[in-house]
Ligand binder design. Structure first.
Ligand code: MN
Length: 342
């Protein structure tokens, strides 16, 4: 699921403890910095099928640690490929294959990853880690670390990495700045979601002190697609169905569809951002079948609708306005269940 790219209403759920104060977060970040200083190697990981925030946050700290001369590795689970629109993020070529990741890291840090299961094949490495630091902004985070730094008020996990670097005096170099900028623009929808605050602009301003290729990044991240994807998009929109009485629109992309158009699973990530433009809909759903046959269901909501609730009922997670879950049921059955919930 790469459904973390929309705002959440941070006042809506969770006990007060889910919203640690600034001092508590800073104390936890200092604790993480101490662990990083003591570990022989710092092992970084993010969730399966990483999005711009997961990659950007992880690579941001990776570049900082490398600049500081701290031995570190970074990885994510198989399928060990990143969507082509992340190609401008520096450091993808420095990632370690998950099979070569430390089996029992002294210190492992996860980014943007709400649960151990979301680490995919790296879950076993996380379970074997002596210290496990969890850096995330998902309110549904299961707090599976030995040190959990969860800030639902942060617009992106990259915001927390920036805070860690600036708070503790870790070096911020150009590559780190580009990665953190990518994390920020991806999870704020290019400063368009309600998560966009003075804090996000302050971080953006700090990062802009470096040489950020703004327009090149923007085109790669948000605009450019292969013709094959645009053809698949046309087909998926042609088949999209509006359920007017439920203000619901949905479409699906099967494994066969992707094979027919020659499109990889990760390339279809942004389809929902097109379909959610439907004026008649408050809830948008895209059901994408992975190469393993499993259906990944992405939900987007606007207004009073809480799609997080629907996703949680299906064993998934996310935010109030952007959530998702996985299922082996066929798309029609899934949609029937969602419609019943609405
Ligand atoms: Mn995120």
């Amino acid at each position: 699921m790469s459904d973390e790219t929309a705002p959440d209403d941070t006042m809506r759920w969770g006990p007060v403890a889910d919203h640690p104060g600034a001092a508590a977060i800073d104390a936890a970040l200092w604790q993480a910095a101490r662990l990083m200083a003591e570990a022989d190697t710092v092992a970084l990981a993010c969730h399966v099928s990483p999005d711009g925030d997961a990659l950007g946050a992880m690579l941001g700290l990776f570049h900082s640690l490398r600049e500081a001369g701290r031995p570190s590795i970074a990885s994510f689970s198989e399928p060990f490929v990143t969507a082509p629109h992340y190609r401008e993020l520096p450091g993808l070529d420095l990632l370690t294959e998950p099979s070569a990741f430390l089996e029992a890291p002294e210190l492992m840090i996860t980014f943007d990853t709400g649960s151990l299961a979301r680490l995919g094949s790296l879950e076993k490495n996380a379970r074997a880690a002596t210290d496990l630091v969890v850096i995330d902004h998902h309110i549904s985070n299961e707090r599976y670390g030995t040190l959990n730094i969860i800030d639902p008020d942060a617009a992106a996990s990259g915001m927390l990495v920036h805070r860690l670097i600036r708070l503790t005096g870790l070096p911020l170099n150009n590559d780190a700045a580009v990665c953190l900028y990518a994390a920020l623009v991806c999870d704020t929808g290019r400063f368009q979601y309600d998560t966009t605050t003075d804090a996000t602009f302050e971080v953006a301003r700090d990062l802009m002190g470096f040489d950020i290729p703004v327009s090149r990044l923007s085109r790669a991240l948000f605009e450019e697609h292969r013709m094959a994807y645009l053809k698949l998009l046309g087909d998926a929109l042609e088949r999209a169905q509006l359920v007017p009485e439920k203000h619901f629109v949905w479409t699906s992309v099967s494994r066969d569809d992707r094979e027919r158009f020659g499109v990889e699973f990760d390339e279809v990530e942004g389809l929902i951002d097109i379909l959610r433009r439907t004026a008649e809909a408050n809830v948008t759903c895209v059901i994408k079948q992975g190469d393993d046959g499993v259906q990944r269901v992405s939900l987007r909501g606007i207004g009073d609708v809480d799609v997080h609730r629907i996703a949680v009922a299906e064993g998934g997670g996310g935010h109030r306005f952007a959530a998702g879950f996985s299922t082996t049921d066929d798309p029609e059955t899934v949609v029937e269940r969602i419609l019943a919930e609405l």
